[in-house]
Structure formats: C-alpha cells, structure tokens
Ligand binder design. Structure first.
Ligand code: SF4
Ligand code: SF4
Ligand code: FES
Length: 233
C-alpha cells in the first residue's frame, strides 16, 4: 500500500500492509527506506501523548491508529513544525501556567469521597497530546486563547473540593478563555482519552456565572438596535 507523509512537501512511500500501527510503519520507513524521517514517540501504548499526528485531516495517536492504503499523514496544526511530523508542544503547555491550571492553596486535610473523585476523574487522564489544540478553530485564529486542555485542567482543579482559591481561577479564565470557545466540540471528537473540553468549558461558564460573570458577547446583543434602527441601551 501507499501512504503520503508531509515533509517539506508530500512524499509517497510504498509499505507492506500487515495491519500495523502508523508508528510501526513510520519505524519501518525510517529503518528501511529513509532514515531522515522525523517523528515523535515514546511509550508505544497510548500513554505518553507524544506521537499525535493528523491522518486524512483528523488527529490520531500514531501508536494506536492502523494505517490504510492512501492515508495522508501530516503534523499537528496550530503548533510550530520543528521537522516533518515533529511539532513544538511548548506553547500549548505554557497555557496551563497562564490559566493557573494547577492546584493552588488547598485544604489537603479534607478527604475525598469516591463520589468527589469521580467528578474530575476523566479530566485527570489527559496525556497532553495536543490533539485538541490542533483541532480547535478558535486557537487557530487566536493564539492567546487558553484552549481546550488548559481549560479542562482548570475545571479539574475548580471542581476539587480541596481547592481554596476557586475565585482566582475563575477570574483568570475570563479573557481569552471560557467565553471565546464556540462550543464546536472538535476537541472532544479527537481526544484519545474521551475527555470533553467543551463540556468542561460549559461547566466553567456556569461557575463563572455564579461568581458574577456573564458572556461578554451577549452584551452587544442586549445593547443593540431598536425596531426603528435606533440604538437601545
Ligand atoms: S469546543 Fe471550544 S475549545 Fe473545543 S475545539 Fe471548539 S472552540 Fe476549541
Ligand atoms: S484533552 Fe485529550 S486531546 Fe487534549 S491534550 Fe488531553 S488527551 Fe490530548
Ligand atoms: S507513543 Fe506514547 S502515546 Fe503514542
């Protein structure tokens, strides 16, 4: 079978179809055809998140995706391409810090029940693969947008009953944060861990409302024009 890989330009490779994963095929190409091919990998078992690429326009983990004839392989979008399929993931990771996506002042003496743990169990499974950033249309046009996994991570801590500084976290995500998301759900579709950043962003919007915030985009509708075209305030 033939697959195409985006390097400086698209290059076609002929490989055996042995129901291999894409990562196995990349390894095969590198060892038998072209040792200059660059890609990232680590665990080979969908745990480290380092091998995410796009196949036919959709984000996948190369170590779990089974390649088909005609597949077109490209690096993740919305990140600097360092070489071939290797991208710089630092920028997306920086947003965790900017979004204060960490536990701050805590009441660690509070014990979590099993029910408490279930609230953010899924969000704790993020493997930082950056697929959601690659798929996000808002991040594509606004690179200051805090983006899917950082906001998911904020929800992970805001929903932890040991977190003492919820208000500070909610204040931080008002600009380039929860209200900038279009709720398109692309991040959910591509997440290999079944995390819905869209759903987490909706929950953060509700929390924001509890803290007195509202959707700034709605203001322009409320202060719009009357039936006769005159401005209404
Ligand atoms: S739902 Fe929001 S965060 Fe997710 S991809 Fe769409 S715009 Fe981005
Ligand atoms: S939320 Fe999902 S898609 Fe986004 S970085 Fe984490 S594991 Fe990857
Ligand atoms: S190599 Fe670790 S997730 Fe694919």
């Amino acid at each position: 079978m033939k697959i195409k890989i985006k390097r400086d330009e698209f290059i076609e490779y002929e490989v055996q179809n042995k129901n291999q994963t894409l990562l196995e095929i990349l390894n095969e190409i590198k060892t038998t055809q072209d040792n200059s091919l660059a890609y990232s990998s680590g665990c080979r078992s969908s745990v480290c998140g380092s091998c995410a690429v796009r196949v036919n326009g959709k984000e996948v983990l190369a170590c779990s995706y089974h390649t088909k004839d005609g597949d077109v392989i490209e690096p993740l979008r919305n990140s600097e391409v360092l070489r071939d399929l290797v991208v710089n993931m630092d920028k997306a990771l920086e947003f965790n810090k900017k979004a204060k996506a960490y536990q701050s002042k805590t009441s660690l003496h509070l014990e979590l029940t099993q029910e408490n743990e279930k609230i953010n169990e899924v969000q704790s499974d993020c493997i930082l693969c950056s697929s959601c950033y690659s798929a996000c249309p808002v991040y594509a046009v606004n690179e200051d947008f805090l983006g899917p996994f950082s906001l998911t991570r904020v929800w992970r801590y805001v929903s932890d009953k040991r977190e003492d500084n919820e208000k500070d976290k909610i204040d931080t995500i008002q600009t380039n944060g929860v209200w900038d998301c279009t709720l398109c759900n692309e991040c959910t579709v591509v997440c290999p861990q079944g995390i819905s950043s869209k759903a987490d962003i909706e929950k953060l919007r509700m929390k924001s409302s509890i803290h007195g915030y509202s959707d700034p985009n709605m203001g322009s509708f409320g202060g719009g024009f009357g039936f006769d075209g005159s401005p209404s305030f």
